[in-house]
Every structure is written in C-alpha cells, then in structure tokens.
Design a protein around this ligand. Structure first.
Ligand SMILES: NC(=O)c1ccc[n+]([C@@H]2O[C@H](COP(=O)([O-])OP(=O)(O)OC[C@H]3O[C@@H](n4cnc5c(N)ncnc54)[C@H](OP(=O)(O)O)[C@@H]3O)[C@@H](O)[C@H]2O)c1
Length: 256
C-alpha cells in the first residue's frame, strides 16, 4: 500500500503504558497505518520534528496534559508560520485543567479534536445505561456512589472516567451527582462501579477493563472515525471549533 494511502500518525508518550499499546495496535495493521512517529521524553523539539508532526494526519496523545499542551501549543505556532492546518488530534491523557483545555479548544478551530478519558466501548454503554435511569434513581430516593479502582501508578484522582460519568448524570440528578470513592491499589486496569442504594434493595452497574488493549484498540478505531469526519467537508464544518467526546462517535454509529 503506497505511503500516501496509509494513515500517518504520531503518538505522544509512545513509551508509556497506554502509548506503547497504541503503537503495537497501529503497527499490527500496516496496510492501514504508516509507520508511527513516536514522540518520547527524549524527542527534541526541533524544526525537523515539528515539520514531521505537521505532515501527520493524526496525533494521538497518550502522555500527560502538561506534556501534550507543551507539544501542541508549539506545534500550533509552527502551523501558523507555515500556513498549514494542524493534524487531527485524539487526546487520551486525563486530568486536564481548564487552562490546558483552552489550548486544546484553540486547536479545534484549525483541526478536529476529540478527547476521551476512556476509549473503551463498554464505558460508552455503561454511561448510556446509567443515564437511562439516573433521573428515576434521584427521584425515588436511591443514594448513588461511584467507586473507581485503578492501579497504584495512576496519577489523577478521581479518574477522568468517573468525572465524566458524574458530569453526564448531574443534570438528571437535580444537580446532585453521586459521591465518588477512589481506590489506588494493585494492578487494576480500570473498574467503575455505580452503586445505588434504595430501601432494602441495591442497584449496581459496573464495568471493568481487563486489559489495556481495549483502550488501544478503541483509540485506533476512534482515530479512523475522526479522519473520516475530517475528509467530509460537511462533517469538518459541523465539528470544527468543538472538543468532541466519544458521544459524537456513538451518536454517529447509532444513526448510520
Ligand atoms: N483514554 C483512555 O482510554 C486512557 C486509558 C488509560 C490511560 N489513560 C491516560 O493516559 C495517560 C497516560 O497513561 P499511562 O498509564 O500510559 O501513563 P505512563 O505510562 O506514565 O505514560 C506517560 C508517558 O508520557 C511520557 N512523557 C513524559 N514526559 C514526556 C515528554 N516531555 N514528551 C513525551 N513523552 C513524555 C512518559 O515518559 P517517562 O516514562 O519517561 O516519564 C510516559 O512514557 C494518563 O493520563 C492516563 O490516565 C487514558
């Protein structure tokens, strides 16, 4: 397959737990993806590196918000100087501050940007299940608690996924999202339990990722979806200026 027909991708944080799995996933489909450009802690921020990044179709961030904003804001300056558009951005790192999100938002005018704290398909379905009953749970007096457990190396707390689930449910729960309990222990890849206690009965929704490869596989699928949107002028226009979430992907697969 000629280079021009394969997706050129760069991975920020390519040697990390998530980044190395995304790299493996991409390298296992060489007819779809070109050789990924791997950005690690030792990659120098030179003119040549920024030029190579600007030639990519997609940048996947699997590093940290501070690392990603450092790269992205400098890349924006190079893109402006060269009068070219930014590659599409797929952001997987978690724990972004409002100031860091501003940097991402500014890219969305010159690119397509999708940010997800959890690339697994099952979490999207967990969210849909919770949202379908959140209003009734609040109305009927169930007390909800979100318990999330992750390996001891996870840096942010509560997890981005827990925040996302609470934020989504908040408007349906009269503005009172559940309390969150975070556990950092062992090697747990990611477990989210929504526990609703009623009078003499409990309702429990849970999701557990058993293998980090679900995130890598999801990232590759969502990356391809993003590039498809970018190629269609109507979709590009519709999504420009926004930081997309997995909702955009789920909603488009529901209607297609
Ligand atoms: N969206 C999802 O589905 C999903 C799933 C899992 C995790 N995550 C999130 O993804 C992020 C990464 O998680 P992880 O478990 O892979 O963490 P990790 O293993 O610590 O990976 C982060 C990587 O970024 C690298 N890095 C640090 N400074 C850098 C720099 N200046 N330039 C380039 N790379 C740099 C680190 O290098 P060193 O090792 O040299 O420090 C490390 O390899 C976290 O925010 C996590 O919460 C998201």
């Amino acid at each position: 397959v000629p280079r021009a027909n394969r997706i050129q991708v760069a991975i920020l944080g390519a040697q990390g737990r998530l980044g190395s799995l995304i790299t493996q996933e991409i390298e296992s489909y060489p007819t779809v993806w070109g050789d990924p450009f791997l950005v690690t802690r030792s990659t120098p921020q030179t003119e040549a590196v920024f030029s190579a990044l600007l030639e990519c179709d997609l940048i996947i961030d699997a590093s940290l918000p501070s690392v990603a904003t450092g790269w992205i804001s400098k890349l924006q300056k190079h893109a402006k100087k060269k009068k070219v558009q930014l590659p599409s951005l797929l952001v997987g790192s978690t724990g972004w501050t409002p100031a860091q999100l501003k940097v991402l938002k500014s890219c969305s005018h010159n690119s397509l940007v999708l940010k997800s704290d959890n690339f697994s398909i099952g979490i999207g379905l967990l969210k849909a299940a919770i949202l379908s009953v959140a209003a009734q749970l609040a109305e009927l007096g169930f007390e909800s608690t979100l318990i999330e457990t992750h390996h001891r190396g996870k840096k942010d707390s509560p997890s981005g996924t827990a925040r996302m689930l609470c934020e989504a449910a908040k408007p349906k729960m009269r503005g009172n999202p559940p309390n969150t309990i975070s556990i950092r222990s062992g090697t747990v890849v990611g477990r989210h339990i929504w526990n609703a206690e009623g009078n003499g009965e409990s309702l429990i929704f849970s999701h557990e990722a058993h293998d980090r490869r679900v995130f890598a596989c999801g990232a590759a699928q969502v990356g391809q979806w993003l590039l498809k949107q970018r190629k269609q002028p109507a979709s590009f226009k519709k999504w420009r200026g926004k930081i997309l979430s997995m909702d955009a992907v789920f909603n488009s697969t529901k209607t297609s």
